[in-house]
Design a protein. Structure first.
Length: 260
């Protein structure tokens, strides 16, 4: 089940999966699902026309979550959390009704890096989005096929393909969202040092739990000198060429005595 919002990410994800239908070493079927949340001015004809033209099986689900969000959330406050929760529950239900074995979402690398920082800044937790996980209702497996794609590349691809993009005025009209602030921060970092977003993403694939502070993941109390040979890393905090250079200088000037 491909969750199609009408944005650049979900259009790109659908086309990628359609291509994989022809080349992947496994057999699978696709059904595109769009949730019409009854936003004012939503162009209901766009997705059915596009999907019919592409020969994609689809289902349009109509649920007025827009009114619920506007009723429950005060003007000017962030609607994303409630909107996302309502949308997620509906999509889980539809996936079960369709008998779908996977639920595909269009999140990309930038989304995952942003989520990592949002959780650290606002939840004091190192957690991002998984490329594959079990859904909250424990009835579905969620996949994110664009996990390794940069948003800027998706934007270029979508522009070249001239997808009929549908804007979302539920979240797009709110300029002070926490996610937008993190996005701005990352964009500034990327300008200062190109490749930093990719490096942050790669760091989520190379975790050294012995150099963090989660006692549930690492047995600090059981640490013994007799087991030193078992550790892949010791007292090296920085994995950079600069730290390696500093280490060489230390050895060169006999500032540290290492065992033979």
């Amino acid at each position: 089940m491909v969750c199609l919002s009408g944005g650049k990410d979900s259009y790109t994800m659908l086309e990628v999966l359609m291509g994989l239908l022809k080349t992947a070493p496994i057999r699978f079927e696709l059904v595109a699902v769009n949730l019409d949340q009854k936003q004012p001015g939503f162009p209901e004809h766009v997705l059915p026309e596009y999907l019919t033209e592409q020969g994609v099986e689809y289902r349009i689900v109509q649920e007025d979550t827009y009114s619920i969000v506007k009723e429950k959330i005060p003007e000017g406050k962030t609607t994303c959390s409630l909107c996302s929760r309502l949308r997620r529950g509906i999509l889980y239900r539809v996936a079960k009704e369709l008998g779908a074995t996977k639920l595909a979402l269009g999140h990309h690398m930038d989304d995952m890096v942003e989520t990592l920082f949002l959780n650290m800044f606002h939840g004091a937790r190192m957690k991002s989005m998984a490329a594959k996980l079990i859904s909250d209702d424990k009835q579905n497996i969620v996949i994110r096929p664009l996990a390794y794609c940069r948003e800027k590349d998706i934007a270029k691809f979508a522009a070249a393909r001239e997808y009929p993009i549908i804007p979302c005025n539920l979240c797009g009209s709110q300029e002070n969202l926490a996610r937008q602030k993190v996005k701005t921060m990352l964009a500034q970092w990327e300008r200062e040092q190109p490749g930093r977003v990719v490096n942050v993403f790669r760091s989520m694939q190379r975790i050294t739990v012995s150099h963090l502070f989660d006692t549930g993941l690492y047995d600090f109390e059981g640490m013994q000198l007799e087991r030193a040979d078992e550790f892949a890393e010791l007292n090296t905090a920085l994995d950079t060429e600069r730290s390696a250079h500093v280490h060489e200088l230390v050895l060169e000037h006999n500032l540290l005595t290492l065992p033979d």
